[in-house]
Write a protein that binds this ligand. Structure first.
Ligand SMILES: [Mg+2]
Length: 441
């Protein structure tokens, strides 16, 4: 039996629900619904005009309905009157295939046919900036190597404590918070979960950080590269496949502690990485972060070539511990659902085709890349990644042609708008267009 949201509202004193969904560009949209109306909304959904969002619809289309998933309910730690719900989109009695949460659930279903589920954790980096986005918020935060700077971290104690207390209360099991490698940049880590739970939490985390930052007179941004001379905002993911409570990636007999299944899955991700950068690095600004020159701190901490390694952060995939690997390609603008869906689609291809990723490379890829001229490179711009996915029959098969075509169409519209006023050049400063359109990603 599904949870009864009306009853829960009475028990938890929830007065309003945010019935939310994320569109193809990762924008979080919602309706604020009084608890007195939640019973009907739980059954029939909240109505939205699809064309008004980044979904491939027309103004003539009928209403689409966001039907909330009661298992995703999060009572806002800073405003207990409000309950947040992730939803799945429906139209004309059918699920909207080209909507991110549905896309992820379809990939999860394919994995479950092989008695597997994916667990994942994400590391969301963000900057605290001035309200106009022109600079970082803390004028004292100027160290050339600011990573783990205690003073700069503790100047933000009130905000970080409020976010972390919220995660503790919600049972996410957060375990560390730090100042990251760029001035003004922070990261907060919580425990990994089933990938749908992680995607919902990732969505809510971004909302929580932005909302609480505003409450503290600050602005938070997950923009991939808000300042050209500083390290960008990554969103690394740690991945493992499970059968019930058994980690199918773990093999203690292997040098890195990974099973054959894990290497096949990893091989699929390597094969399709450049196509999937369209989901993992979905904004024009994303391509200032990958293939980037070293930053003020000495390293960009982002990949340029498609390679994997042991515990070494200069490659796209790192194996930090037995039983899991870390994909370091994604940035802060990645859609939380497409991030997980892309990993499953590519990994499953690797599993089904028993792909061998070859031997790991144990070099410093930031300095030794010239010794490996034949390694496949990541795309240099959004156009390049769209071309890759457009030509990728395997990913078209995994997601369906209509879904991929819709995504490409909307992204090309965005690129056309950008190209009317600007051009993308990594050697030139970040454009106003990028700031205006990506600071709130
Ligand atoms: Mg980090």
């Amino acid at each position: 039996m599904a949870k009864n949201l009306s009853k829960i509202a009475k028990q938890k004193k929830i007065k309003y629900f945010l019935i939310s969904f994320v569109d193809l560009f990762g924008v979080l949209r919602s309706k604020l619904v009084p608890a007195s109306a939640i019973s009907d909304m739980q059954k029939n959904g909240a109505g939205f005009a699809g064309f008004a969002t980044w979904l491939d619809m027309t103004p003539a289309d009928t209403d689409m309905f966001a039907i909330p998933d009661p298992n995703s309910l999060i009572q806002l730690p800073w405003n207990k009157e409000v309950g947040w719900l992730a939803s799945d989109l429906w139209m004309n009695g059918k699920q909207v295939e080209a909507s991110p949460r549905v896309m992820l659930k379809n990939q999860i279903r394919k994995l479950s046919k092989q008695n597997l589920s994916m667990k994942s954790g994400v590391e969301c980096e963000y900057f605290l900036i001035s309200s106009d986005g022109s600079n970082i918020a803390d004028s004292k935060d100027i160290q050339p190597k600011p990573c783990y700077d205690q003073s700069a971290l503790m100047r933000r104690y009130d905000l970080i404590k409020e976010i972390c207390d919220g995660m503790i209360e919600l049972g996410w099991k957060p375990y560390q918070n730090d100042h990251e490698d760029a001035n003004g940049q922070f990261e907060m880590n919580w425990n990994y979960s089933d990938c749908l739970v992680t995607a919902d939490r990732h969505t809510f985390f971004k909302f929580m950080v932005k909302n609480l930052s505003e409450k503290h007179g600050l602005r938070a941004t997950f923009m991939p590269k808000p300042f050209e001379n500083l390290t960008g905002n990554g969103c690394h993911a740690h991945i493992s496949l499970w059968n019930g409570s058994k980690n199918k990636f773990l093999d203690n007999a292997d040098r890195y502690g990974l099973s054959k299944i894990a290497y096949n899955f990893l091989g699929g991700i390597m094969k399709h990485a450049s196509s999937l950068s369209t989901f993992f690095n979905p904004t024009i600004n994303s391509y200032r972060r990958i293939n980037a020159p070293p930053t003020k701190s000495g390293a960009s901490w982002s990949p340029s070539s498609i390679s994997y390694t042991g515990n070494n952060r200069t490659h796209m995939i790192r194996i930090p511990d037995p039983g899991r690997f870390e994909l370091r390609l994604m940035d802060g603008s990645a859609n939380p659902y497409l991030l997980q869906a892309g990993i499953i689609a590519a990994g499953l291809y690797g599993l089904n085709n028993k792909l061998d990723p070859g031997k790991p490379l144990n070099c410093n890829m930031y300095t030794d890349y010239k010794k490996y001229p034949n390694l496949p490179k990541l795309p240099d711009n959004l156009e390049g990644s769209l071309e890759k996915i457009s030509e990728n029959k395997d990913m078209r098969h995994a997601f369906g042609n209509d879904v991929i075509n819709s995504y490409i169409k909307l992204k090309k519209q965005e690129l056309n708008l950008f190209n009317k006023t600007d051009s993308f050049n990594k050697k030139k400063p970040i454009t106003e267009w990028e700031k205006n359109n990506t600071l709130d990603c």
